[in-house]
Design a protein around this ligand. Structure first.
Ligand code: GDP
Ligand code: IMO
Ligand code: MG
Length: 432
């Protein structure tokens, strides 16, 4: 029986998880998304075509890997159908290579309106993606949400009407002036739209839990594509500046139905620096010209919202926390090419909280607010890495940078990104 490998973001998202999944998918039968929704944006470049995947697992781009949208996902059918159409336009046989959990929750138009209404009322903004993720998870945990299987139930129209009417009352309370709510009053139109989605998606909806377990029993190779990241986790991130799911290892299990015993390697993905979109604490953020330079060199603009990403140096204190929370077995370090453009590179090795120096990350906002990064300076100026085909071919300073991370965190770096393209990835085969 085989085990599923997992790819998890270590910081605030956008570490290049899609690219690592794309690599692993070359050898995988199944790629599965466990959590989040179309707040995720995973970029993969294949032969000069850039794909921004929001819901469908990036692994499907291999052409032979079945993409599974797990039960832990909140799914906007309109976005999914657009993604399906785009993949079909590029020649992908989506019909045979996509499965959707019958238990995945459905995002409805009011979720997005509620997301905007709640954000508008917040004094401390979260900077959500506006995709309705939080409100959809609220309905799930309040036990009112609609799952994919409900779209096909005889009482669907009743359920949709009751839910929409009750939430409309709430919306009016939160944001009385918003004219967009009138659209929701046309219930017949809403029902027609969602019945249309149900029809188009019917061939994909199934019991993905059984599908995944049978695949493992048949020794098939599964890779789980984490979305968001450790410090955006609803429990382990910088609450309330987080997303509304558990992108960490626990959420991978509950979002797929795989058990702890089914998990093999857990790959933590980082960039050789760090970035964050949205609000919230960020200890190594650079609000100066160096931060701007990282943003420009790394093209750090959001895949989902196009927002400029906040940028800063690599934070090993936070990375150690991600290793602890997720049980990481190895790392993927992307954007080594980008960080290598700097002459000198700073890496955060401890936090100084009013004279108290610690290497232990905390999600306590007061502590995080006071924490000043303690940096170690390393040599940069790596030069052009595009010709390097193995770790040993990297310049000494680049190798030293990777080894410094390994020594601090205590797990090996298996994948190294040297560019945005599919081929720009060094794999250290001896590292599992
Ligand atoms: P994800 O959400 O974790 O999948 O990451 P995103 O796709 O949102 O953001 C990562 C960005 O970095 C994308 O634009 C990738 O094309 C790009 N990228 C990934 N790895 C590398 C790398 O090693 N070097 C460079 N220059 N770009 C990379
Ligand atoms: P990937 O998978 C970066 C952030 C939002 C916001 C917070 C809450 O591409 O790494 P939400 O819409 O989820 O309620 O927003 O979480 N966020 C992400 N930031 N990458 C992501 O996904 C993100 N998904 C959510 O910017 O700060
Ligand atoms: Mg992203």
């Amino acid at each position: 029986m085989s085990k599923a490998d997992v790819v998890i973001g270590c910081f605030y998202g956008d570490e290049g998880k899609g690219k690592v999944i794309d690599y692993l998918a070359a050898d995988a039968d199944i790629a599965v998304r466990a959590t989040g929704g179309d707040n995720a944006g995973h970029t993969i470049r294949v032969d000069d075509v850039k794909y921004a995947m929001h819901l469908i697992p990036s692994g499907i781009l291999s052409g032979h890997t079945i993409g599974v949208i797990g039960n832990g996902v909140v799914l906007n059918p309109a976005v999914l159908l657009e993604e399906i159409a785009n993949l079909k336009a590029h020649g992908y046989d989506v019909e045979h290579y996509l499965k959707i959990s019958e238990k995945a929750h459905v995002i409805l138009p009011y979720h997005q309106l509620m997301d905007a209404a709640l954000e508008k009322r917040r004094s401390a903004k979260i900077g959500t993606t506006g995709k309705g993720i939080g409100p959809a998870y609220c309905d799930k945990y309040e036990r009112s949400g609609l799952r994919m299987e409900d779209l096909y139930a005889p009482d669907f129209a009743d359920k949709l009407r009751r839910l929409t009417e009750s939430r409309l009352e709430l919306l009016k309370f939160y944001d009385p002036e918003n004219p967009a709510f009138d659209g929701l009053l046309d219930f017949d139109r809403l029902l027609e739209i969602y019945n249309g989605y149900a029809k188009e998606l019917s061939g994909y909806v199934c019991d993905t839990l059984t599908f995944l377990h049978k695949a493992l029993e048949q020794d098939k190779k599964i890779v789980v594509e984490g979305a968001q990241a450790t410090l955006l986790d609803i429990d382990f991130g910088s609450y309330p500046f987080v997303t509304s799911s558990n992108p960490t290892i626990g959420g991978i299990l509950t979002g797929t139905g795989l058990s702890a015993a089914d998990i093999g390697n857990v790959y933590g993905v980082i960039k050789a620096y760090s970035s964050r979109v949205g609000e919230g604490p960020y200890v190594t953020e650079l609000l100066d010209a160096t931060g701007d330079r990282i943003r420009e060199l790394g093209h750090e603009y959001g895949t989902t919202t196009g927002r400029p990403r906040r940028c800063g140096w690599l934070d090993l204190v936070a990375l150690k926390y991600a290793r602890r929370v997720n049980g990481l077995t190895a790392l993927s370090v992307n954007h080594l090419d980008t960080i290598g453009r700097f002459d000198r590179i700073q890496v955060c090795v401890a936090y100084d909280c009013d004279g108290e120096v610690t290497e232990d990350f905390s999600t306590n906002l007061k502590l995080l607010g006071r924490a000043k990064p303690v940096y170690r300076e390393l040599a940069g100026n790596f030069g052009d890495l595009s010709g390097c085909k193995s770790f040993e071919e990297l310049p000494q300073a680049a190798q030293d940078y990777i080894r410094f991370i390994e020594d601090y965190i205590g797990i090996p770096v298996r994948f190294i990104g040297t560019g945005a393209g599919r081929e720009a990835m060094l794999v250290r085969e001896t590292v599992c």
